[in-house]
Design a binder for this molecule. Sequence first.
Ligand SMILES: NC(=O)C1=CN([C@@H]2O[C@H](COP(=O)(O)OP(=O)(O)OC[C@H]3O[C@@H](n4cnc5c(N)ncnc54)[C@H](O)[C@@H]3O)[C@@H](O)[C@H]2O)C=CC1
Ligand SMILES: O=C([O-])CC(=O)C(=O)O
Length: 332
Amino acid sequence: MEEKWWLRRSDCRAKGGAPGFKVAILGAAGGIGQPLAMLMKMNPLVSVLHLYDVVNSPGVTADLSHMDTGAVVRGFLGQPQLESALTGMDLVIIPAGVPRKPGMTRDDLFKINAGIVRTLCEGVAKCCPNAVVNLISNPVNSTVPIAAEVFKKAGTYNPKKLLGVTTLDVARANTFVAEVLGIDPRDVNVPVVGGHAGVTILPLLSQVNPPSSFTPEEIAYLTDRIQNGGTEVVEAKAGTGSATLSMAYAAAKFADACLRGLRGDAGIVECSYVASQVTELPFFATKVRIGRQGIDEFLPLGPLNEFERAGLEKAKKELAESIQKGVSFINK
Ligand SMILES: NC(=O)C1=CN([C@@H]2O[C@H](COP(=O)(O)OP(=O)(O)OC[C@H]3O[C@@H](n4cnc5c(N)ncnc54)[C@H](O)[C@@H]3O)[C@@H](O)[C@H]2O)C=CC1
Ligand SMILES: O=C([O-])CC(=O)C(=O)O
């Protein structure tokens, strides 16, 4: 392609190396991957953006590379290029894997996505063992334990740097609560704890900021809508996939929080599904404080009302099974 020009790109004076973080997206040509790649290309904290996929990453890379933002974009295609995609990365975002169709649960994706996540995490362990990992691929309740086991086997596991992305649950909760209250969603913050599937998604409506009270009907409506927000989109898309645009937005927001934490900004608190001692389960989503080394602090659940305590028990039962399934996949 370069032959038709008098100047080759390698002769250009740009040498790269601008200050900023190096970020890789694995699954970058997918429904989430493409808009997420665009949002990360627009993030001023990113100096280098690596886009890896098993299909179409050269096209997505060429396209995004014409945006006049600071990040230098490079594309990587297929397993032989995985190591180059990962080497030197500070943050690795993983939305690789198949999405749901109507009638499926997230757990139905386990068969295909578990193996994809294992392979990609083996690459992370080998090429950028100190990177922060943002895991999006479903079922998150099992893929995060899979990633942890892969890293343990490789001797690189750092629980402070492995974060399951549950930001979309928070974004939905903020949106739906704001609608019920008749206020701006940007002014609402709903902690959502537990996990990322059905009853494991536990919105803590008693802890909504600004402090708000809800009728029992509002609580029933909001809890159901937040827990089934993913299914609402899967059904509306009628077989063509699941949430991609809202997920890319949520993933970009979460990645930005991680980068600001790594930079040393104070007060970065996000909900995320992580290795945790907040409950008796080895993994649980709660608020975490993110700092220079990844997670600095696991924040407690806070006071729950009776409805939330009952929800927590249900969530824990399902979560325990999903965690065990992920752990056994690697240690079978
Ligand atoms: N954590 C969350 O809140 C959410 C998670 N998801 C999950 O994210 C995943 C991706 O969803 P979509 O982007 O809609 O799917 P998609 O099918 O549009 O894109 C997935 C991409 O992954 C790529 N891929 C497949 N195997 C790969 C491998 N071994 N290495 C690298 N790339 C590979 C595919 O080529 C494709 O480009 C799904 O598992 C979905 O369930 C979706 C929405 C929300
Ligand atoms: O529902 C799905 O399969 C995708 C997802 O995780 C979400 O939208 O929350």
